[in-house]
Design a protein around this ligand. Structure first.
Ligand code: KG4
Ligand code: ZN
Length: 335
């Protein structure tokens, strides 16, 4: 059977992204980010993000098709993020995708952004098949899921309050690092040692659940107290200690879940999975436990079009198409 060619479009936050896949082969992966514009405001400004998407989407899609060497007429479907995300931003990508699909006479496939993050691993290893356990860690979600079959997920546990990425962003602000915070904290942590004692609360959360709000508050208080006392302290050591506390537990619980489920493979997705320390840790823990680890490339952990095309492919194979009346959704519950 001929492999379907699918265009994926993502515009839920501050990245306008488009990619083309032929089956599970990634043909192109293009992105335009408005992050540097938001940096001076300390976070994403929704109105600016929407306008940036409107300016970029046509060009990014054209670049994705050109880089893939695929003509519009060769597309079998157009997949697009319809939620969760910033409504104005989502509407730009969704409206564009509807027009594109309608004009070409091919199906529209609405993709849940989080499902996209979970599907990114499929592009990394063409032999990847369920069952597997997936660690999801993004700006809005932190969870451990079990995939018994293609496209089906059981949530084993998740964050009780903040997401891991959110904690990185907050800690970045306290450390005086610009938006986007996660990569900056990682950079700073590389120059430090895990010498600051961290609260044990994360370890106390049972099952596959997480809680980051206590750790976040602890870091904020630590920095403020040291400042007030005028004591010497190392920002790099605090970043490094936080990074260990926030990420060790993710690797530990992901490996434990795979063991309990008796499946031999762990995958991961979401912006926090781009963290080099976490990637090395997962690799080491999985190797120790005799588990196969499939991680999306770093640029396919943070928001991208390829993951939307990957999830689009799974839905295409199941014949799950969307009506042109599909609306954008600001939030979609994980469970
Ligand atoms: O998946 P993503 O790009 O967007 C959402 O769907 O939320 O994730 C963004 C989150 C942000 O909180 C960002 O700080 C975090 O992922 N992040 C990182 C790194 N790169 C991005 N966190 C830690 N280390 C990184 N290298
Ligand atoms: Zn995302």
């Amino acid at each position: 059977m001929k492999e379907p060619i699918i265009l994926g479009i993502e515009s839920s936050c501050d990245e306008t992204a488009a990619a083309v896949v032929r089956g599970r082969t990634l043909l192109s992966d293009e992105i335009a980010s408005s992050a540097s514009v938001h940096a001076k405001y300390g976070g994403v400004v929704p109105e600016i993000a929407s306008r940036a998407h409107a300016d970029a989407v046509d060009d990014v899609v054209s670049r994705a098709l050109a880089a893939a060497g695929v003509g519009k007429g060769e597309l079998d479907a157009v997949a697009v993020t319809y939620g969760a995300g910033l409504l104005g931003s989502l509407l730009v990508g969704l409206s564009f995708a509807k027009g594109f699909a309608y004009g070409l006479g091919v199906p529209l496939i609405g993709v849940n952004h989080i499902r996209g993050h979970l599907a990114a691993a499929y592009l990394e290893d063409p032999t990847l098949e369920p069952p597997f356990v997936t660690l999801l860690a993004s700006g809005g979600h932190t969870a451990i899921l079990y995939a018994p079959g293609e496209g089906t997920f059981e949530v084993l546990g998740g964050t009780l309050d903040d997401a891991a990425g959110e904690a990185f962003d907050k800690v970045a602000r306290v450390l005086g690092l610009p938006y986007p915070g996660g990569p900056r904290v990682e950079e700073l942590a590389r120059q430090g040692r895990p010498s600051v004692p961290m609260p044990k609360m994360l370890k106390g959360i049972g099952g596959y659940d997480f809680s980051y709000s206590g750790l976040k508050t602890y870091i904020v208080n630590y920095a403020h107290t040291m400042e007030q006392r005028g004591e010497a302290w190392s920002r790099a050591d605090l970043a490094c200690s936080f990074q260990h506390a926030a990420l060790d537990i993710l690797a530990e619980k992901a490996v434990e879940a795979a063991r309990e489920k008796g499946c031999g493979t762990v995958t991961a997705g979401g912006g926090v999975i781009a963290n080099g320390y976490l990637r090395e840790l997962l690799a080491a823990r999985c190797a120790e436990a005799g588990l196969r680890l499939v991680l999306p490339a770093k640029k396919r952990c943070t928001d991208n079009g390829a993951m939307i095309a990957a999830e689009g492919l799974l839905k295409y194979k199941r014949g799950e198409f969307s009506p042109l009346s599909l609306n954008a959704q600001a939030s979609i519950p994980l469970r």
